[in-house]
Design a protein around this ligand. Sequence first.
Ligand SMILES: Cc1cc2nc3c(=O)[nH]c(=O)nc-3n(C[C@H](O)[C@H](O)[C@H](O)COP(=O)(O)O)c2cc1C
Length: 174
Amino acid sequence: MKKIGFKDLQLNPATAFGDEWMLLTASNQVRGYNTMTVAWGHFGSLWELDRHRNCLPTAICYVRPSRYTKEFLDRENYFTLTSFGGGQKKALGYLGSHSGRDEDKLKAAGLTPVFDGDVTYFAGAKAVYVCRKLYHAPLVEEGFVDKRLIDFNYPQRDFHEMYVGEIIRVLVEG
Ligand SMILES: Cc1cc2nc3c(=O)[nH]c(=O)nc-3n(C[C@H](O)[C@H](O)[C@H](O)COP(=O)(O)O)c2cc1C
């Protein structure tokens, strides 16, 4: 995979998460890692930090409290998003409907992890976004302006938790 700048990325925000899906992965081989499929998220610019870092390139993901991956996400400083550009839907479907708490789901899904320092991503990716955790907080009931969203998405009130990561590295195939 080769490294490119965030601004050189060719990306359709309308399809990158919702249609194509991605794998959200935290931690590494040494500390143990887990991955799950995500379809809700965004890429964009948020905040500034230090003199030369305006408009930080960021990714936001939303993770329900029940996900095993959340345990890894909470204890680590980094996470990755692996995009297959709409491919590997069968594997992503499996990883999004089985928990790493119960089985070696990666083996069943047939994907090969790539270990890279603190993080893990997957062979065959079209793009990988390595993110440094910047902010983490649960969505709260009082925050919903359109209250219909609550019963529709959270009949059990298990609100997603939001993770904002600074995209520190973008890798693309080739
Ligand atoms: C297409 C698809 C998209 C998903 N998107 C999300 C998401 O954005 N946030 C979330 O918390 N769960 C999402 N899920 C559900 C998790 O991927 C699923 O619960 C997974 O089994 C959790 O695995 P884990 O317990 O090993 O972490 C999605 C599932 C699928 C199939």
